[in-house]
Write a protein that binds this ligand. Structure first.
Ligand code: 3HC
Length: 689
C-alpha cells in the first residue's frame, strides 16, 4: 500500500496504490493518508489543482470490505476524506482508469471533475453486500446523474461503461489515450467554469418521480429501502442531514446479519479457491476441451464452455443424441444473441468453436477431457480406458460422476494423478457451483488446474474429497431424511415446503424433488437400504414413486402439475401419508413450522460438520458456498455453517439432543467436530482460514 505524489506543472498528482484492487482501506491507513495529502495541498502555493488517480486498470474497487468487521465509526474516515475532497478550495480531478466501484465511485463523485478511460466501468455494488453507498454516494450521485439513473445504479449494483457514465452525467469526459495525461491536460487548460461541487448541485428535477417508481420495485431489500430513504432526503436541500442519515443507515446495515452473511459469502467464494498447502502456480492452461457424452448434462457443459470462449469437441456415439446435442447448443447460443445478451458475431464465433464427433479417436486433441456419460461403472470404464489411450500425456481427465467412486474410475487409467472429478450441476450452463473432486491420487497440479479452470468458466469451484455424494448431495440426503420423517409424523408436503421457503430456501424439498425427478431419490434409497440398513428413511416418497408419480415429468409427484409446472395440492397424497402414519402406528401431531426448519437445517449443519471433520470439505465455508451456489440456500443467511454460528453451537447441540429423544432419534448423533468446538467455545468461523 503506497501513495506516490508527483508535481506536474501546477498540478499535484496523488496516485494511490493498494494491490490487488485499490481498496480504500481505513485499517491500513490509506484513506487517512489520501485525506492528509489533499488537506496539505490546500496550503501549498505551488499547487493549483489536484489529480486523484488509482492507476490505469483499477481506480478503486471501493471500501475495504474487511473494515466492516470493525465498529461503524471506523467508516467515518471515508466520509472525512470525501468531505475534504469536496470542500477543497483547489479543483480536484478524478482520473479514472478501469474499475471504479462503490467507495471508489463515491470518491470520484466527491471530486470536482471526472475523466475516465474508455474501458472504465462504474458501479455501486454495495447492495450485493446488503449495504448502501455510505461515503456520500446516495447524496451526490443523484445530484450529478439524476435521481432515476442513480437509484437504478444503487439498487441494481450493475456496472455501466464509460460511455454510459458520460451519457448520464456521472463523469465529465472520456479520455483519448492515457487517462492521467488527459486529466493533466484538462487541469493545465484551467478548470474554471468546469469544476463543480456535486453535493451543492440543485435537487434533481426527477427526484419525486424516481422515488415513487423505485418504491414499487418488487423484492426491495432492507438496504434497497434505505437507499430510497437516503435519496428522498435530498429534497430537504440539507446535504449534511442527508449524509448523516446515510451514515446512520449504513451503520445499521453493516451490523445486520444479512450484510454479515453476504460479506461472509463474498470472502468465502474467494477462500474456497485456495487449496490448503497447495499453489495455483503449477496449473495447466486449458483452451480446448473434449466433452464425452452428449446427453442433457454433456450438452449443458458444452454450452457453459463455449460461453467461456473455449474450443469444444463433443463426442457422442448415438447419431440421434448427437444431433439433439448440437441442436440444443445451437438454440441456446442463438437465443442469447436474439435476446441481446451477446452479439450475433459472438454467437457465430462460439458456434464455430464447436465440433462434434461420434468417436473419441476423431475428436481433436484437448487439454481437458470431461466424461459426462451414464452413471454406470462399466460405461465409465470404457470411456476412461479410451481416454488413457488417446489423450495427450499432459491432459487432465475429468469425470462428471455424482455418485460413483472417483478413485475406482481413476484406476481405469495408467495416470490416476491426472484424474479429477468435475461435478457440474444441472443445467450446467446456468448453475454456478462446480464440485471439484480430489481423488486419493489426484496430483496437486491437476487439482489446481481444475480450480483455475472453474474460475475461467465463471463457476465457483469447491474442492471435495471422495465420498458418496461429495459435499452437496451428502448434506442434502440428511436434509431430505428429516423432511420425509416430518411427513409421517404429521406435516403435509405443502407445510414442509412453505416453512423452508419462508426460511429462505429457493424451493422446499418436496417441490425440489418433484422438479429433479422422484425416481432419482428412489434409486438412492433402494441402494441405501442395502448399504445402510441401520439408517432407514421414511417410506412416504417411495409410496409416491410406487404410484408412478415421479414429479413434474410425469405430471404428478408430491403435488399435481396440471399445466406441467405449477404445483397443486393433491388430496390423494395427503390420504396416502395419513394412511402410512396409521400403518406404522404413529399418532400424527401438529408440527410447528419452526420445528420443520430446525430439523431440516440442523441435520444439514450436522452432516456438514461431519464432512469438515472427515476432511472431505476443507473448511466450514466450503460447505456454505456449495449450499449458496448450488442448493438455493438463502444468501442472507450465509450458508448452513455460518447460520449455525449465529445460533451458537451450544444451543444447536441442546436442540439436537432434544431431537435425539424423538422419532428416529438415531439420526441426531452429533458430529464430533460440533462437540469439540462447543467444548472449546469456538465457532465454525474460527476454522475458515
Ligand atoms: N475489499 C477488500 N478486498 C477486496 C475488495 C474489497 N472491496 N474487492 C476485492 N477484494 C479482494 C478479494 O477478496 C481478493 O482477495 P484474495 O486474492 O485474497 O482472495 C482480491 O481482492 C481479488 O479479488 P477477486 O478475486 O474478486 O478478483 P477479480 O479480478 O475476479 O474481481 C473485483 C475484482 C471486480 C474488484 C471484485 O473483487 C469485486 O467485485 N470486488 C468487490 C467490489 C465491491 O463490492 N465494492 C464495494 C465495497 S463496499 C463500499 O465501497 C462501501 C462504501 O460505500 C463506503
Amino acid at each position: 500500500m503506497q501513495i506516490i505524489e508527483k508535481h506536474v506543472g501546477r498540478a499535484l498528482v496523488i496516485h494511490f496504490d493498494n494491490p490487488p484492487v485499490n481498496a480504500l482501506a481505513v485499517g491500513g491507513g490509506l484513506v487517512q493518508d489520501i485525506e492528509r495529502r489533499v488537506a496539505r495541498a490546500q496550503t501549498d502555493n505551488s499547487v493549483e489543482s489536484i489529480i486523484l488517480t488509482g492507476g490505469s486498470s483499477v481506480f478503486s474497487a471501493g471500501a475495504d470490505i474487511a473494515d466492516f468487521e470493525g465498529a461503524p465509526e471506523r467508516i467515518d474516515a471515508i466520509r472525512v476524506l470525501m468531505q475534504t475532497v469536496e470542500n477543497s478550495k483547489k479543483p480536484i480531478v478524478a482520473a479514472i482508469g478501469g474499475l471504479c466501484l462503490g467507495g471508489g465511485l463515491e470518491l470520484a463523485v466527491a471530486a470536482h471533475y471526472r475523466v475516465a478511460s474508455s474501458t472504465a466501468k462504474f458501479a455501486f455494488p454495495e447492495i450485493s453486500l446488503g449495504l448502501l453507498p455510505g461515503g456520500g454516494g446516495t447524496q451526490r450521485s443523484p445530484r450529478l446523474a439524476g435521481a432515476a439513473k442513480a437509484i437504478d445504479l444503487m439498487l441494481s449494483g450493475k456496472a455501466i461503461s464509460a460511455a454510459e457514465a458520460l451519457e448520464i452525467g456521472l463523469i465529465d469526459r472520456v479520455a483519448d489515450g492515457d487517462v492521467l495525461d488527459f486529466a493533466l491536460a484538462v487541469a493545465a487548460t484551467g478548470l474554471a467554469g468546469l469544476a463543480r461541487k456535486s453535493g451543492q448541485l440543485p435537487v434533481p428535477a426527477d427526484l419525486a418521480d424516481a422515488i415513487e417508481e423505485a418504491g414499487h420495485r418488487p423484492r426491495l431489500t432492507d438496504a434497497g429501502q434505505k437507499i430510497i430513504d437516503c435519496v428522498r432526503a435530498i429534497a430537504d436541500e440539507d446535504l449534511e442531514a442527508g449524509l448523516k442519515l446515510e451514515a446512520d443507515h449504513f451503520g445499521e446495515l453493516m451490523l445486520s446479519e444479512t450484510s454479515r452473511a453476504l460479506r461472509h459469502a463474498f470472502f468465502g467464494r474467494r477462500m474456497v479457491a485456495r487449496i490448503p498447502g497447495g499453489t495455483r502456480a503449477g496449473s495447466r492452461p486449458v483452451s480446448r476441451v473434449t466433452v464425452v457424452g452428449g446427453g442433457l448434462m454433456g450438452t449443458g457443459i458444452a454450452i457453459a464452455l463455449l460461453n467461456a470462449d473455449l474450443a469444444v469437441s463433443v463426442v457422442e456415439p448415438r447419431p440421434d443424441a448427437l444431433a439433439k446435442c448440437r441442436a440444443g447448443i445451437d438454440t441456446s447460443l442463438r437465443r442469447d444473441a436474439d435476446k441481446g445478451r451477446i452479439s450475433s458475431e459472438v454467437s457465430e464465433r462460439r458456434l464455430a468453436a464447436l465440433s462434434v464427433t461420434q468417436t473419441l479417436d476423431e475428436a481433436v486433441e484437448s487439454d481437458l477431457y470431461i466424461e459426462a456419460v451414464f452413471e454406470d461403472m462399466g460405461a465409465k470404464r470404457d470411456v476412461f480406458e479410451a481416454l488413457d489411450r488417446v489423450a495427450p500425456p499432459d491432459a487432465i481427465l475429468a469425470s462428471n460422476t455424482s455418485t460413483l467412486d472417483l478413485d475406482a474410475i481413476a484406476q481405469f487409467t495408467a495416470r490416476p494423478a491426472s484424474v479429477v472429478g468435475l461435478h457440474f450441476f444441472s443445467p450446467a450452463n446456468i448453475m454456478r457451483l462446480l464440485e471439484v473432486v480430489r481423488g486419493a491420487k489426484t496430483a496437486p497440479e491437476t487439482l489446481a488446474s481444475a480450480m483455475t479452470f472453474a474460475k475461467r468458466i465463471g463457476k465457483t469451484g469447491v474442492v471435495a474429497g471422495v465420498c458418496d455424494g461429495f459435499i452437496g448431495n451428502r448434506v442434502f440426503e440428511e436434509y431430505l431424511r428429516q423432511a420425509w420423517f416430518l411427513l409421517e409424523e404429521g406435516a403435509s408436503p405443502q407445510q414442509v415446503d412453505r416453512a423452508l421457503e419462508a426460511f429462505g430456501m429457493a424451493m422446499g424439498p418436496c417441490r425440489v424433488m418433484d422438479l429433479a425427478g422422484q425416481d432419482i431419490g428412489w434409486n438412492i434409497r433402494k441402494r441405501r437400504a442395502v448399504e445402510q440398513p441401520g439408517r432407514p428413511y421414511s417410506k412416504v416418497p417411495d409410496l409416491i414413486c410406487e404410484l408412478g408419480r415421479f414429479g413434474q415429468k410425469t405430471g404428478a409427484g408430491f403435488y399435481q402439475y396440471p399445466d406441467g409446472r405449477t404445483p397443486q395440492i393433491d388430496p390423494l397424497v395427503e390420504d396416502l401419508i395419513v394412511a402410512h402414519s396409521r400403518e406404522i402406528h404413529l399418532d400424527r401431531r401438529v408440527i410447528a413450522d419452526g420445528e420443520i426448519v430446525e430439523r431440516c437445517i440442523f441435520a444439514m449443519i450436522n452432516e456438514g460438520a461431519k464432512l469438515v471433520g472427515e476432511g472431505i470439505a476443507y473448511r466450514p465455508v466450503d460447505v456454505d458456498i456449495v449450499y449458496l451456489d448450488g442448493y438455493g440456500f438463502p444468501a442472507s443467511r450465509g450458508g448452513p455453517m455460518f447460520y449455525a454460528d449465529q445460533i451458537g453451537l451450544s444451543r444447536l447441540l441442546e436442540k439436537m439432543q432434544q431431537f435425539e429423544g424423538g422419532h428416529h432419534g438415531w439420526a441426531w448423533e452429533p458430529a464430533p467436530l460440533i462437540l469439540d468446538l462447543a467444548k472449546k467455545n469456538q465457532t465454525f468461523g474460527d476454522l475458515n482460514r
